[in-house]
Design a protein around this ligand. Structure first.
Ligand code: GDP
Ligand code: IMO
Ligand code: MG
Length: 430
């Protein structure tokens, strides 16, 4: 039996939460390995909606161990709010069902503020971040001045660590005309919130090693998508972490062979929140229709998502970069009722064909999509749970995507509801 890593193959919001929740029925441990509360993963179980940002999607299904890995940046205040909100919905969260890596770095209140100050000053060049302080927190991590979960255990030793961190930040803040942060007040705030995190804090690498030795099945849950990866995405319009499957190992503290099967989640069309290139974007009625049918509004910020046709060239590239074994194609039902569908098979730049999206920012903004047209279907795929329930044209659409992206479809999702999935191949079977 293989452990499975789930990653987004586009610009996020592909439906990772729904698929991770569905797969978690077959898993023992579910691990988040990067990102933070910039993620918004929505689960619908018997009509009840659960919105997760920091907690692994496995938490909603009882009897599993959820892990927040060292690769995640944790805002302790957002964590506390999310735990309370989910407990209010009847989800059990305690140190048996949840573990947090003691070596994970924290997002502090001034990180969010800096994120928003920078975006506000960037004018047309802004990234369109979620404003949650993700970038500034990762910068402090690689800058070796971050406060980590384990530091909360030694409150008396926080002083010099905060001084080092604030020497950097107060200089930056002065440049923005923002008030300096007082180290004593921040230390007090941290002492106040420590109790919300520390009961869960532990060396999760050891928990995962023991799970592996006991033959437990581990599911790694990615956030964002490969096109938002800090190395491989549409830089600089990306997030500040590696979102590819390779990060599952480094961001959890396990070896690369711990992931036996990588499942990429792909939406049957494309969406993007925030700025940056989007070759198949539709700024017309069709784009509007996709957005309305797909309820394409961000879970985290409520922003309208930009919509466009499925970009097979870009997904093919994402799948190669992340080493993907199979995909889950989601939101097929959103395409119900279109007369014709288009799929991007490659690009053109100054009259020359391109089979991939090159890395240059200026080139990415200029490529023109090359489309293949396919007939749509008049029947419904909504709620389908078997291949036989799909209209013939929908089957052809899925099969053609499979060919174009050079990767098999393991699952198809046909509604937001937990059980509305067509299983073609069990990822845990390897
Ligand atoms: P994630 O960030 O990848 O977990 O995706 P989000 O939860 O942000 O966005 C996906 C949205 O689509 C959520 O509101 C889901 O409930 C919904 N969704 C997931 N799968 C399907 C599907 O197959 N059909 C439809 N109509 N909605 C879906
Ligand atoms: P899930 O896990 C979609 C986007 C932001 C912005 C860029 C950088 O729900 O798929 P950041 O706040 O990370 O510095 O923002 O990345 N972004 C997402 N877009 N889904 C997400 O997560 C995202 N997380 C970040 O909109 O363009
Ligand atoms: Mg999301």
């Amino acid at each position: 039996m293989a452990n499975v890593a789930v990653v987004g193959a586009q610009w996020g919001d592909e439906g990772k939460g729904k698929i991770v929740d569905w797969l978690s029925a077959r898993a023992d441990v579910v691990v988040r390995f990067q990102g933070g509360h910039n993620a918004g993963h929505t689960l619908v179980v018997d009509g009840k909606v659960y919105k997760l940002s920091l907690l692994p999607s496995g938490i909603v299904r009882g009897g599993k161990v959820s892990v927040i890995g060292n690769g995640v940046v944790i805002d302790p205040f957002a964590f506390k709010d999310e735990v309370e909100r989910l407990r209010g919905q009847g989800v059990r969260i305690d140190p048996v069902s949840l573990a947090i890596a003691e070596n994970a770095c924290l997002i502090l209140p001034f990180h969010g503020e800096l994120d928003r100050l920078r975006e506000g000053a960037a004018g047309a060049g802004k990234i369109g971040t979620t404003g949650r302080g993700i970038g500034p927190a990762y910068e402090d991590k690689v800058g070796r001045r971050a406060i980590r979960v384990a530091d909360l255990r030694s409150p008396d030793a926080l002083g010099p660590k905060l001084d080092r961190l604030l020497t950097h930040h107060n200089a930056l803040r002065a440049g923005f005309g923002a008030k300096a942060i007082d180290a004593d007040a921040l230390a007090e705030e941290l002492r106040g919130i420590a109790g919300a995190l520390l009961p869960y804090a532990q060396p999760v690498w050891r928990l995962l090693d023991e799970a592996r030795k006991a033959g437990k099945r581990i599911l790694y849950e990615g956030a964002q998508g490969v096109l938002l990866d800090v190395d491989h995405g549409t830089y600089p319009f990306v997030t500040s972490s590696n979102t590819v499957a390779g990060q599952a190992a480094a961001g959890a503290g396990v070896g690369p062979s711990s992931v036996g099967y990588t499942l990429a989640i792909c939406k049957a069309y494309t969406t993007r929140v925030g700025s940056g290139p989007f070759p198949t974007e539709l700024e017309d009625e069709t784009g509007q229709r996709l957005g309305e049918r797909g309820h394409e509004f961000g879970t985290v910020t409520g922003r309208k998502r930009r919509c466009g046709w499925f970009d097979a060239a870009l997904v093919r590239q994402s799948l190669k970069i992340s080493g993907v074994d199979g995909i889950a194609l989601t939101k097929l039902d959103v395409l119900d009722g279109f007369d014709t569908l288009k799929v991007c098979t490659g690009y053109e730049l100054d009259g020359e064909p391109l089979d991939h999206l090159p890395s240059g920012e200026e080139i990415q903004a200029r490529v023109q999509p090359v489309y293949e047209e396919m007939p749509g279907w008049s029947g419904s795929t909504a709620g389908a749970r078997s291949w036989a329930d799909l209209p013939a044209e929908a089957v052809k659409y899925v099969r053609r995507i499979e060919e174009l992206i050079d990767c098999p479809v393991a699952l198809v999702s046909t509604s937001p509801e937990r059980e509305d999935v067509i299983l073609m191949r069990d990822p845990f079977a390897g």
